[in-house]
Design a protein around this ligand. Structure first.
Ligand SMILES: *[C@@H]1O[C@H](CO)[C@@H](O)[C@H](O)[C@H]1NC(C)=O
Ligand SMILES: *[C@@H]1O[C@H](CO)[C@@H](O)[C@H](O)[C@H]1NC(C)=O
Ligand SMILES: *[C@@H]1O[C@H](CO)[C@@H](O)[C@H](O)[C@H]1NC(C)=O
Ligand SMILES: *[C@@H]1O[C@H](CO)[C@@H](O)[C@H](O)[C@H]1NC(C)=O
Ligand SMILES: *[C@@H]1O[C@H](CO)[C@@H](O)[C@H](O)[C@H]1NC(C)=O
Ligand SMILES: *[C@@H]1O[C@H](CO)[C@@H](O)[C@H](O)[C@H]1NC(C)=O
Ligand SMILES: *[C@@H]1O[C@H](CO)[C@@H](O)[C@H](O)[C@H]1NC(C)=O
Ligand SMILES: *[C@@H]1O[C@H](CO)[C@@H](O)[C@H](O)[C@H]1NC(C)=O
Ligand SMILES: *[C@@H]1O[C@H](CO)[C@@H](O)[C@H](O)[C@H]1NC(C)=O
Length: 456
């Protein structure tokens, strides 16, 4: 059994005393940090990046999941103060940096915009949580890495169809190249909004507004019903939608709107407040409905138990984003906290597998459901940590409120194999390799499925 750090232990004891009437599930008590430290320990048993013969931060067949794992570690460290995994976190996030843009050449020929974007969000989170910049390797700062992802992505803004928007895929040989989807656009919107608040630079604010406005003009996002669709096809100029409902599509637009709300003033702020409220209502009504005890659920795949590894991670990402939303848009705190609490309590009851607190997929079942894997542990860690906003309420910082990550506004702009406009640098061998790996990899087959199911 994992022994939590001394600091964590003391704080855990204190909180247990304060909340001694809490729900107990086997030996996990969700009101203290033991649940988080137990699940993060199990999560890290899947991470081999610090062992001989392994590559830091690399998940060969599912590269983007490294970002999900490091995001969970960052939140874990911030909300518990436990530094156990910080070294691995720092080394892994630096190792995968590419030319300061998270397009490392081992993987860049088959990455989608969403894959790269998640690493950018992890770097942004590191800057906002005052995780010390790395001094190893190239020593790229977290802020510069987020800027590098932003720079390489806005260079791919596509105006050939649909009046703008990010394609899902970067490369023409990937099947999602002719599609524009919510996670790629909502992801870059979120990254832009966070860079805007952190740096105060209007460059990022302009892009955040531009991506939002384009999304609203497309079938992806409605600013009246607050529906978020998964994807739209360029072949019909984005007039139809693949409307499969995934929690992270809502979560990423909600998170970006929250940062815009937090940073702007006056009538613009009032508009963002409406967006936060509308998207939050839909997110919670759809993915944590009262009919389900208010417990977070990936509604498309959980009831029939067909969630793939990507999908198992979605509600964990949303858990973390909801916790930041509660802190940055305090008017949402009282709405969000109960959902995080009931979800964490249910997750604790689902983390009772194999006599060692293995976590399942379906928290709403409130029993272990037999599933096991890194993704299950990442999402459980996320909900246990998100629940801690009740105790540790320090919010993400900016460059004027304690953030000291070094800025490099032109980061990533010299990377020759990151752009979609110049395919000349990609060799035939790259393409052949990419084709094989893509079969195993494809992060967003989700989007494709959404299209097949709903678009026809
Ligand atoms: C828990 O037990 C399962 C089944 O034996 C095993 O696969 C898993 O690695 C164990 N988890 C930990 C954290 O030891
Ligand atoms: C890798 O990190 C884990 C968890 O911190 C630790 O138990 C293990 O000893 C480390 N392995 C090496 C080779 O440093
Ligand atoms: C790329 O692959 C090489 C060879 O396996 C390895 O040494 C290097 O660490 C890898 N880089 C990344 C960023 O994964
Ligand atoms: C930036 O702040 C972090 C956290 O407070 C600190 O660990 C780090 O040393 C600081 N870096 C510099 C260059 O001041
Ligand atoms: C919704 O978006 C449209 C198009 O951008 C805009 O004209 C309208 O003012 C927006 N409505 C609200 C309530 O923000
Ligand atoms: C919002 O108002 C505050 C206080 O007047 C000001 O410091 C800040 O720069 C304004 N923010 C923006 C984005 O204009
Ligand atoms: C969200 O729900 C609350 C509570 O029902 C309601 O007051 C608010 O107007 C809703 N927000 C939007 C934008 O519809
Ligand atoms: C922005 O976030 C900070 C940190 O939580 C909070 O104190 C502040 O009230 C937020 N601003 C608004 C307008 O809600
Ligand atoms: C590209 O930029 C990075 C930092 O942004 C720098 O470290 C690297 O040396 C540059 N590479 C080239 C080929 O100029």
């Amino acid at each position: 059994m994992h022994v939590p750090g001394v600091w964590s232990l003391w704080k855990g004891l204190l909180l247990t005393l304060l909340l001694s009437n809490s729900v107990n599930a086997i030996d996990i008590d969700v009101t203290d940090e033991d649940a988080a430290s137990t699940s993060v320990y199990a999560m890290m048993t899947y991470y081999k990046g610090n062992e001989t013969g392994h590559i830091p931060g690399a998940f060969a067949s599912k590269w983007w999941e490294g970002a999900a794992l490091f995001l969970a570690l960052l939140h874990y460290w911030h909300f518990t103060g436990d530094t156990t995994y910080n070294e691995q976190l720092s080394v892994g996030m630096e190792w995968q940096a590419g030319d300061c843009d998270y397009m490392p050449s081992n993987y860049s020929s088959y990455l989608g915009n969403d894959d790269q974007m998640f690493w950018g969000l992890a770097a942004m989170t590191a800057a906002e949580l005052q995780f010390a910049d790395s001094t190893v390797g190239e020593g790229y700062s977290w802020l510069a890495l987020a800027q590098g992802v932003f720079n390489t992505q806005v260079a791919r803004w596509d105006t050939t169809k649909c009046g703008g928007g990010m394609r899902w895929q970067i490369w023409s040989w990937e099947s999602g190249y002719t599609m524009k989807n919510a996670i790629s656009n909502g992801g870059l919107f979120q990254l832009s909004a966070r860079l805007y608040r952190y740096t105060g630079s209007e460059t990022y604010g302009k892009w955040a507004r531009k991506i939002w406005d384009w999304s609203v003009s497309s079938p992806l996002l409605s600013n009246s019903t607050w529906n978020v669709a998964d994807s739209t096809e360029m072949s019909d100029d984005c007039t139809t939608q693949g409307n499969t409902q995934w929690s992270y599509n809502y979560g990423t637009y909600l998170m970006g709107a929250t940062y815009m709300y937090n940073y702007t003033n006056g009538t613009e702020q009032a508009t963002w407040k409406t967006a936060v409220s509308g998207l939050l209502n839909q997110t919670l009504d759809k993915f944590a409905p009262n009919s389900n005890g208010g417990i977070l659920e990936e509604i498309v795949c959980e009831p029939s138990e067909v969630c793939n590894n990507n999908e198992i991670l979605f509600k964990g990402l949303v858990s973390g984003w909801l916790s930041f939303t509660a802190l940055l848009a305090p008017f949402t705190f009282d709405t969000i906290l109960p959902k995080l609490q009931t979800s964490a309590q249910a997750a604790a009851k689902s983390c009772t597998g194999h006599d060692n607190n293995t976590c399942g997929v379906r928290w709403y079942k409130s029993v272990y459901d037999g599933w096991i894997g890194m993704e299950e542990q990442i999402s459980a860690t996320n909900i246990f940590v998100a629940n801690l906003i009740n105790f540790e309420t320090s919010a993400p910082v900016t460059s004027t409120t304690g953030g000291n990550s070094t800025s490099n506004p032109t980061a990533g702009t010299n990377d020759t194999d990151s752009s979609t406009n110049t395919l000349s640098t990609i060799t035939t061998a790259d393409k052949a390799g990419a084709g094989i790996v893509a079969v195993l990899f494809v992060f967003g087959w989700v989007g494709l499925m959404g299209w097949t199911v709903m678009g026809g």
